[in-house]
Design a binder for this molecule. Structure first.
Ligand SMILES: C[S@@+](CC[C@H](N)C(=O)[O-])C[C@H]1O[C@@H](n2cnc3c(N)ncnc32)[C@H](O)[C@@H]1O
Length: 170
């Protein structure tokens, strides 16, 4: 699958709920050496939280120029703008090889399309956390269900080199 397959798919901006941020951070098991990417970072809330947790660098990749400006403003207000790199680009065109943690709140179809890129660019040991949508074919290391008003959120933790080992080709 390539970005041309993806071009017809639109992922709307639906922000991660604030009450999930603590759980996402715990699941990510962040360290001061981590480089944290949010693919489709919206208003930057997850990357901002990772920066506040003291990662080496957070990277906010967002296609929508209005949202990335909002993310920059939010990062300034939170006093972490100097620890976040903002990339106003299609995440299919961004090299992900430096990431040690990736967060994605996208769609199953988009995760499927991203999978070959993740498999070829990420280092073994990189943690990948997805909200609500799986990476098809990968084995999660952990799945956390969180009861929210009106629905149950599901967080998936994958580790590159483990979750994708022996995964069937898609
Ligand atoms: C469901 S929202 C999640 C926002 C943020 N990650 C969060 O959890 O609060 C998905 C975001 O991905 C962005 N997006 C969709 N396709 C993208 C692409 N190809 N490259 C970069 N950003 C994209 C959308 O504009 C939207 O802001």
């Amino acid at each position: 699958m390539t970005s041309s397959f993806y071009e017809g798919i639109r992922v709307p901006w639906v922000p991660t709920r604030e009450e999930l941020l603590d759980i996402i951070m715990r699941l990510a098991d962040l360290k001061s050496t981590d480089i944290f990417y949010d693919l489709g970072c919206g208003d930057g809330r997850v990357a901002i939280r990772a920066a506040k947790e003291g990662v080496k660098k957070a990277v906010c990749v967002e296609l929508n120029p209005v949202l990335i400006e909002r993310a920059k403003e939010n990062a300034k207000t939170a006093n972490v703008a100097d620890r976040i790199e903002f990339i106003n680009e299609d995440f299919f065109k961004v090299n992900l090889s430096e990431a040690s943690v990736i967060y994605m709140y996208l769609l199953t179809s988009v995760n499927r399309a991203l999978r070959p890129k993740l498999e070829s660019e990420l280092k073994n040991g990189t943690r990948i956390i997805t909200l609500d949508f799986e990476v098809p074919g990968w084995k999660p290391i952990q799945v956390v269900e969180v009861a929210l008003p009106m629905r149950t959120a599901r967080l998936y933790l994958y580790v590159k080199g483990v979750s994708d080992a022996g995964a069937e080709t898609i």
